[in-house]
Design a protein around this ligand. Structure first.
Ligand SMILES: Cc1cc2nc3c(=O)[nH]c(=O)nc-3n(C[C@H](O)[C@H](O)[C@H](O)COP(=O)(O)O)c2cc1C
Length: 193
């Protein structure tokens, strides 16, 4: 069965991020995909990569909490990541998830020819909500920078194919019509829907 992992990182239940995660979950499930929505704010995941984690990983073992997340990621052929832009970056909980879950040996490895991504064959779609307009960031060359630093340098680095990175500007001002328009745009990012 085709498996889709949806990772979201917004603390407010009524946020567009969580609405989008809910809609994508339902849409993919209706189409027969095994779909899991992993809400990083459900309190079950500690996002701080600790000294103990690093020691354990260095010794060749994987802490159980990390291993559980890696199993979900390993099973998924499609991974969706939904988050608000906070200080031009990921929310801390998502950054911490990436720090802890995409480990050396699971997501990438170092060899004589450099870094090798170990998660090839997986497709990734990123959805970023934001308070600013896209134009403000484009003028500063930052949309391309966000795509590089949040997509290619993380998921691409691990061998995954970043298929799409969508931005939802001025989301705090969006009325229902605008949210519906954004939802259509989001669904259109998946050829299978
Ligand atoms: C801590 C914090 C930092 C933020 N930093 C940015 C930012 O750097 N750029 C931006 O456009 N919006 C920024 N925002 C606005 C959020 O991106 C916006 O509120 C969020 O996308 C709303 O998402 P939602 O509709 O899913 O609730 C920030 C908001 C918070 C709370």
């Amino acid at each position: 069965m085709k498996t889709h992992l949806i990772i979201s990182a917004h603390p407010s239940e009524n946020s567009f991020s969580n609405y989008l995660a809910q809609q994508l979950t339902e849409n993919f499930q209706t189409r027969g995909w095994k779909t899991e929505w992993r809400n990083l704010y459900d309190g079950s995941f500690d996002p701080v990569l600790s000294g103990r984690d690093l020691q354990t990983l260095k010794a060749g073992n994987t802490p159980e909490a990390i291993r559980k997340e890696q199993v979900k990621m390993a099973e998924a052929e499609l991974i969706t990541v939904i988050y608000p832009l906070w200080w031009a970056s990921f929310p801390a909980v998502l950054k911490g998830y990436i720090d802890r879950v995409l480990t050396n040996g699971f997501a990438y490895s170092y060899g004589p020819e450099g870094v090798k991504g170990l998660l090839g064959g997986k497709r990734v779609v990123l959805h970023t909500t934001m308070g600013n307009t896209v134009e403000e960031y484009e003028d500063k060359g930052l949309i391309d920078a966000f795509k590089a630093s949040q997509g290619d340098e993380v998921f691409g680095f691990c061998g995954m194919t970043v298929e799409n990175h969508l931005f939802y500007p001025q989301i705090t001002l969006a009325d229902e019509e605008k949210r519906n328009h954004f939802l259509e745009k989001a669904l259109a990012a998946y050829p299978e829907l």
